[in-house]
Write a protein that binds this ligand. Structure first.
Ligand code: GNR
Ligand code: NI
Length: 167
């Protein structure tokens, strides 16, 4: 097992559009395990492969209270969306920044598991929000892009400044 490095906004690699996973091999199982380890240690509820500079359509997630409900979504597709909900989101790639984002309240998603088996899931609440947040990452989109240009430029300056101090 290994901890992976999480990219921080504004890193251009966060805007790469991920390609489908085609091979459900041992290397993929290792990548999934490493992503869970990285997500749990960073205290996140989800992690998209894009965030660890791996540009395939793979997401790991655990929105449970006791951190014992692992979910893997490979090549996820949202089949249905309904309603709207506003939630104060955060992102491991935008540390320390939280702001309201409007998303669909209910979704139906089709994806493959780690073995390549297809499944469908209807989700609401935090699970639905997190799935949409993670699929955005696979499409090269970070939640701050839903905020005003002014907020985005303030967030960029703040994170760049912080990054410099940590050099
Ligand atoms: O840990 C996370 N918490 C969170 C809170 C509200 C909305 C979305 C998220 S996902 C985030 C982890 C992350 O950055 N995933 O990409
Ligand atoms: Ni995120």
């Amino acid at each position: 097992m290994a901890l992976l490095n999480i990219l921080h906004y504004p890193d251009a690699r966060l805007h790469i559009v991920a390609k489908p996973v085609e091979l459900f091999d041992t290397a993929l199982q290792v990548q999934i395990e490493d992503m869970f380890e990285t997500m749990y240690q960073a205290k996140g509820i989800g992690l998209a492969a894009t965030q660890v500079d791996f540009h395939r359509r793979l997401i790991v997630m655990d929105v449970s209270e006791h951190k014992n409900e692992r979910r893997v979504f490979i090549n996820p597709v949202i089949l249905e969306k309904e309603g709207e909900t506003v939630y104060e989101e955060g992102c491991l790639s935008v540390p320390g920044i939280y702001d309201n984002v409007t998303r669909a309240e209910f979704i139906k998603v089709r994806a493959q598991d780690g073995q390549g088996e297809f499944f469908e899931l209807e989700a609401d609440g935090l699970l639905a929000i997190c799935i949409q947040h993670e699929i955005d990452h696979l499409d090269g989109k970070v939640f701050v892009e839903y905020l005003s240009q002014l907020k985005q430029s303030r967030i960029k300056s703040k994170l760049k400044k912080r990054e410099k101090q940590n050099l």
